[in-house]
Design a protein around this ligand. Structure first.
Ligand code: HEM
Length: 136
């Protein structure tokens, strides 16, 4: 499937947006903004970044070829799945889970950065002159 990687990113993005916006509404309705940082990261890294990744792979399908783009998907998705709950736990200062949440939060930050590094390589590789698809 030529667009399967793009589809995965876009599906992940809209689910993150939906959860992130429900989260925002709940915060607004309850006037409890303790977890606003987790809401912001879910929206920015989940909705905005994943949608941009999905659209990039849509516009340049040749960028999605190979193992590196797959690695990009799984590392960024896994980092998000770990980061948002850990950020929530840390913000809520949920003591029993804190010994796990704090190091996992730090780890997810590093792996998210690694996923961006992978995307940097993907973008440079796919925008290099010799890899451009013929347009005419
Ligand atoms: C239905 C949609 C949304 C609602 C109802 C909503 C609601 C909220 C609320 C109530 C806060 C806390 C404000 C405060 O601390 O005074 C907040 C913070 C924030 N939101 Fe949203 N939000 C929505 C969507 C989004 C989206 C789509 C993004 C980004 C793409 C976003 C990014 C942020 C950021 C960056 C903060 C600041 C976090 C912080 O200071 O810790 N929000 N939002």
């Amino acid at each position: 499937m030529p667009h399967s990687l793009s589809n995965m990113f876009l599906r992940l993005a809209v689910v993150a947006a939906l959860i992130g916006m429900i989260w925002g509404n709940v915060m607004g309705a309850t006037h409890n903004y303790t977890t606003s940082t987790a809401h912001a990261h879910l929206n920015m890294l989940g909705w905005v970044s994943m949608a941009l990744y999905g659209l990039y792979y849509r516009v340049l399908p040749h960028a999605a070829v190979g193992r590196l783009p797959q690695l990009h998907l799984w590392v960024s998705a896994l980092s998000l799945f770990i980061m948002v709950p850990c950020l929530t736990i840390v913000r809520l200062a949920y003591q029993p889970a804190l010994p796990f949440a704090e190091p996992l939060l730090a780890l997810s930050g590093i792996t998210m950065l690694v996923s961006m590094l992978v995307f940097v390589v993907v973008v440079f590789r796919s925008t290099a002159g010799k890899n451009q698809p013929a347009t005419t």
